[in-house]
Design a protein around this ligand. Structure first.
Ligand code: SF4
Length: 244
């Protein structure tokens, strides 16, 4: 089972992958300024209890964290201290965090972090070769117990061999996905396949997450409805589990 914990909302666009940010599109529909970050009403969700005094988020859940912002956003430096404290107190939950800002990891990090909390998984998003070469050398040196890489929205073929070669044993998985929305940039299946082959070569688990709205296969462009994007990716049958 999984739970969504959106601790703060609002973000600043950072790189090409942010161009058609889902959160900006949603806010635009309500005339809201997406660049203003604020804590949400769900901020204290991990510690909320029901009338019986039990945690509302039961033990063992996977908690997807901060999905309309970036956990390491500068404006959230103070809030992140409280968020880390909740994550520490709920060591019975697993928190999954995706970021484009690994360079800000150390800001507001808890003193007892050590080589990482067991219950925190962090994935670094790299949508292009440029952002992979910018973020991965930083990310892969960070003290995090569970690390993964996300290429989403994948905008081009990305060669991460040198990172898989050097850090493969600590990268738990690599996942690829296309872009959704009316202005989605296309994702080419050949790029996804190429990443899968890199992962097989270095024995790192690979996951094709979703196709995106505009998907190219064998040179032909397909428009894929939102509801079918995960299913079509699964149908490709190219996920790979690391051999132990
Ligand atoms: S980092 Fe994520 S939430 Fe922030 S603008 Fe970019 S895509 Fe949107």
């Amino acid at each position: 089972m999984s739970v969504m914990w959106n601790c703060w909302h609002g973000c600043t666009k950072l790189s090409a992958g942010c161009l058609n940010c889902y959160m900006y599109r949603r806010d635009a529909m309500y005339g809201k300024d997406s660049t203003v970050a604020a804590k949400t009403s769900a901020f204290r969700l991990p510690l909320r209890r029901n009338r019986q005094g039990q945690y509302k988020v039961p033990s063992g859940e996977l908690v997807y964290t901060c999905f309309t912002s970036d956990f390491f956003l500068e404006e959230a430096d103070e809030w992140r201290k409280e968020a880390w404290e909740m994550i520490r107190l709920r060591s019975d939950l697993t928190f999954f965090i995706i970021t484009k800002r690994p360079d800000r990891f150390y800001v507001s990090l808890p003193k007892d972090w050590g080589d990482g909390y067991d219950n925190v998984c962090i994935s670094c998003t790299c949508e292009s070769q440029y952002t992979a070469d910018l973020r991965l050398p930083i990310f892969l040196e960070l003290p995090i117990k569970h690390k993964s890489i996300t290429h989403e929205p994948m905008l081009q073929k990305i060669n991460i061999r040198k990172y898989l070669r050097e850090y493969g044993s600590q990268i738990e998985s690599v996942s690829c996905g296309g872009e959704s929305g009316p202005d989605a940039r296309p994702c080419d299946y050949a790029w996804v396949l190429d990443t899968m082959l890199q992962c097989v070569e270095y024995n790192v688990s690979f996951f094709f997450h979703q196709t995106g709205a505009n998907f190219i296969r064998a040179g032909r462009l397909y428009h894929i409805e939102r509801k079918d994007q995960h299913l079509q990716a699964a149908k490709a049958g190219i996920d790979f589990t690391r051999a132990v």
